[in-house]
Each structure stands twice: as structure tokens, then as C-alpha cells.
Design a protein around this ligand. Sequence first.
Ligand code: FCB
Length: 479
Amino acid sequence: MTATNPPVRAFPDGFVWGSATSSYQIEGSVDVDGRSPSIWDVFSHTPGRVVGGDTGDVAVEHYQRYRDDVALMSELGLRGYRFSIAWSRVLPGGTGAVNEAGLDFYSRLVDELLAHNVDPLVTLYHWDLPQVLEEKGGWLNRDVAGYFAEYAAAVAGRLGDRVTTFTTHNEPWCAAYLGYATGVHAPGHTNNAESLAVAHHLNLAHGEAVGALRDTLPATGQVSITLNLQNVRPVSDSAADVAAAAHVERLSNDIFLDPILRGHYPEELIRETSHITDWSFVHDGDLEQISRPIDILGVNYYSPALVAAPTDDLRTRAAAGGEWINDPQSGDRPSLWPGTDLAYALPQEGPYTAMGWRVEADSLRELLERVHADYPGIPLIVTENGAAYDDQVGSDGVVHDDDRIAYFDGHIGAILDAVTAGVPVTGYFAWSLLDNFEWAWGYSKRFGIVHVDFDTQQRTPKDSAHWYSKVIAANGLSS
Ligand code: FCB
């Protein structure tokens, strides 16, 4: 008898398999080659903001070890690598003079990736606003949108000959709501009205950057944005719960999707939030900028959201400690949706990851199908998906992370189901290549497919990395 390979649930040819990281989470070297501080340097150094007082000062020393990290990607067979650029390395003043030494690092990284046949995908903003701009009002200052376009042009001018895909923002939802409403991310404000103004200024910055990228990139350049779209479900089919879920959908997803892809904000959203803001931050001409055409939409997905209409019981529980207002992205940190008087996000049943996030792969299929149905015509790419678990290093020195493999297997299968149903998904990026600085959780949550010993900086691929290598080599899952 001859051995045969098990049948494969294959993806379309050309599907891009990669992994993702972000600058502040991995680079370290925060004060070299002219980099100025970002809001995350200041935030992480503020007592009480990050678990264990952790900071990104050292992170996983990627700035120094990038060659080894690219070699590792190559050994694992990754075809794509999504990373972000630290604005404050490129424009230490936030605006104005370009720091060539900062850009040089990313240029070397891009060359190294290409030499290893790994396609680089650049994200311009993964939350590390230069602190000098925070001092000018941060994202509350609409001029920052113009500075962002200036920064986008500088990066595209230097890397655009080798990088084909540029993403403006990563998850503006987090930057707006976690940064300005719940305060669990930098800059740590807690003001619902501000969070809506910031969401608009992030959208405006996206649009202005799209313009700058189009002016700078060759015609083949691909421009995108990555959103952490929520698959929002009502807890019951009562009219009130359904309306609450629709409200959260508008606040989470449509506030970005509609202006970018349809050129307007949802009327209901403006009405529903009129007790918070009059939306006067939207100026004539803004929506034309924001809705400049993009080529591809990045979707980050981790977990579904469960939503209920307010009841006296929920209000009481929320007032008593916020246990009923968890949101899917911030685990057990209490979170406030602007307008929580209209909807509450409920805790959900397990299984959970170490973040406390419910694991439900088919919800990703549901989300992709719905986004495609509502916004047809734009290809999708899953730019982040993955799971933190309480990894244990075995006696053999390796993390045997079957739970993470199961998570990836389920979610990649769900994407294939969506592709089979006709949704144009062009790639998948596992979050994350390396264990790293997980924002307010510091180094306490490990999302990597590669284990990092934070004392020695030694990298050791987990079982999930080897499993993922096989998926890439087979261009699909074994059934
Ligand atoms: C996403 C972020 C990413 C990482 C994962 C776990 O919201 O984009 O940086 O923190 O969650």
C-alpha cells in the first residue's frame, strides 16, 4: 500500500497566507535612530495603565532582531507579513521633517522580506500616535488628519516601489472607543462625545491618506483599511433587543463602513447619539474625502458580540460594577458603548480564550458573508485572527498549543466556507507572529505562533506555527 496525503480543503490559488504584528508591540528600541515618544510610551509608563507596569521599551527587540524574525517567517513558509510603521520614527515631530534613519529601518525590513519571498503589507497607523501630536490635541484636533496624509506620503514615497499594499488604519474602533470612551487604551480619555469626534477624524485621516497614497504610489498600489468588524447578535428576537443590536452595529461597524464605502454616516446613528454630540465635527466636503475608493477591506476578527436592550435589571447591574457591559475586544475590562442607554453588550458562554473572549468560528463566516452582502464589490482580507492561551513550555522546550491550533483550524475553515459561498476573501494573517506586548495586558497574554522567552528573547515556534506551515504548504486544511 502506498501512503496518500489526506484530502485537502483547498483555498483558491493565490490566497495569501501570512502573519501580523504591530510596531509598538514588538519593536522596542524606543529611543534610537531619532524616534520620538508615542502616546503608548507615555500611557504604558503611567502607573496603573498596563498590567504589571509593562511597557514596550524592549518589547521583543524586533528592531534589532528583524533579520532573524524574517528568517523565521521564511522557515515557516509565510507568504505575507503585515506590520505597522511607527509614525514617530518617520516624522518625530508628527509633521514636518522626515527622519530618514527611521524610514531606513522599514526599508531594510522590506528588502529582507522580499529577499525571502515574503510579501510586505504596510499598516500606517496601529495606534502609536506621536506624543507631540497628542500635545496638540491628538485625534480631537482635525489637523492631525492632514499630518497623517503627510506621513502616508513620506512612507509611500520611500517604500512604494517595493510594497504593494498600504493600509491606513488598524481598527479605528479601538483608537476611538478604547482610547477616548473607556480609556483602557492610550491616550486614556473617558468621554463619549470625544470618541465620536475621534472616529470621524480617524475616518477623515483615512480619506486624506488615501488621496496622498494615490498621488504617491504607482498605479498598481493597493490601498486599504482594516476594521475590527463586530458580528453583533441580539440576545433574543424581541423588537427591543433586535433594535439594540442594530444600534451597536451602527456604532461599531457602520460608523466606519458607511462613510468609507457609501459616502455617508447612517442617519439613525446621528439621531441615536444626538444626546451625546451634534456631529458638528463633520464639515462640508469631509465625506467626499473619506469615501475615496479603496481596493480592499481588511477584517480583523476574534469573537462575536451579544447585545441586549436596556432593562432596569441590566442598568442596576451595570451601575453596580459594569459586569454587564463587557465588550468583546476588551475581555473583562468594563467598557461603555457611547449611548449605553440604548444597548448593553452581554457576557457570553464559553469556550473562552485567555482573554475571556468566546470562541465561535462560524461567526466569522457569518460576518464575512454579511459584510459582502451589504458592501458587495470590495474584496476582503482577514488581516488578524488568533487567540491568546495560557501557554506552557513543555519539558521538551516547546509549547504544545492544541487549543490555538483548534482555534485556527476552525476559523480558517469558516473562511473557506465563506469563500465557497462566494465571498471574495484574498488572504489570512494569523495574529500574531510573535508573543508580544498586548496593550493594556502587557506581556501577560500570549498570541504568538512563535513563543518568545521575554528574558532571553529566544524565539521557539509553537506547535501551531508548524501546523500553520503545513496549511500554507497545502494551501488549505486537511479534512
Ligand atoms: C487587535 C489588535 C492587535 C492585538 C489583537 C489581539 O485588536 O489590532 O494589536 O492586540 O487585537
